[in-house]
Design a protein around this ligand. Structure first.
Ligand code: NDP
Length: 222
């Protein structure tokens, strides 16, 4: 009797090959407005959650983590198995330490169930999966993964880590054959995107530091 829980992946990836990382960090620097978009979208509303892999956690400068205003959940095989414990401390406590994505989701389902019967009115928070590649791959293997907020980076960067799903790239007949039975992802309109995130989405391509990108929303339609 688990409450339904929906996962939204948030990622910035190169248009050419879905590159997301290099040398343990981001391939690009100085996309300040892009990072501000990520912060606003993942914070909007109450009780939101960000789930990330241990390497992504390590890539965040200590003074910025846990990411403020959101419950942070970190996944590592080095954490004790079973249901993770509540973090000690105040509202910006954390992170919650989970030994798998599945136990993280079980923890969040139980927390939601408790909060919906209690006085804390944040049982409706959104759950975002914020990387890296390994945790995106684990999430995409679950039926709960319904949506991807993609920042498509048109400028090219050399990367060593890649988003494990090709969105919007022209598929060859051979590739289409392989993915025929895989879940189908469609890009939503700018209006649908804006309605879901709760703010306007710029129509034009953004340019920061000479890097071009645009904001997109994709949803699974199976
Ligand atoms: P991840 O952040 O996905 O972390 C990987 C770690 O997560 C593993 O080493 C392991 O931790 C743990 N883990 C992975 N799978 C499982 C599992 N099934 N069960 C339990 N624990 C698991 O690392 P990646 O290397 O894939 O990605 C990091 C890169 O991605 C960096 O370069 C980062 O900057 C980039 N990035 C880019 C983003 C973007 O939007 N462009 C967003 C986020 C990250 P342990 O080793 O402790 O057991």
């Amino acid at each position: 009797t688990s409450a339904p829980l929906e996962l939204t992946l948030v990622v910035a990836a190169t248009a050419r090959d879905m590159g997301i990382g290099a040398n343990g960090g981001l391939p690009w620097t100085g996309l300040r407005k892009e990072m501000a978009y990520f912060a606003r979208v993942t914070k909007r509303g109450d009780g939101n959650v960000v789930i990330m892999g241990r390497k992504t956690w390590d890539s965040i400068p200590p003074k910025f983590r846990p990411l403020r205003g959101r419950l942070n959940v970190v996944i590592s095989r080095s954490f004790p198995p079973g249901l993770p414990k509540d973090p000690a401390g105040g509202p910006d406590a954390g992170p919650v330490e989970a030994s798998s994505l599945e136990t993280a989701l079980e923890y969040l389902r139980q927390k939601k169930a408790v909060e919906s019967t209690g006085t804390t009115a944040n049982g409706g928070g959104r759950v975002f999966v914020i990387g890296g590649a390994q945790i995106y791959a684990a999430a995409l293997g679950l039926a709960e993964a319904r949506r991807v907020l993609l920042t498509r980076v048109m400028s090219d960067f050399s990367c060593d880590t890649f988003f494990p799903l090709a969105l919007g790239s022209p598929t060859s007949a051979e590739e289409a054959e392989k993915t025929a039975s895989a879940p189908k992802w469609v890009q939503r309109s700018r209006a649908e995107h804006a309605a879901w995130i709760g703010e306007e989405v710029p129509e034009e391509v953004q340019t920061e530091n000479g890097t071009e990108y645009e904001f997109q929303m994709w949803e699974r339609v199976d």
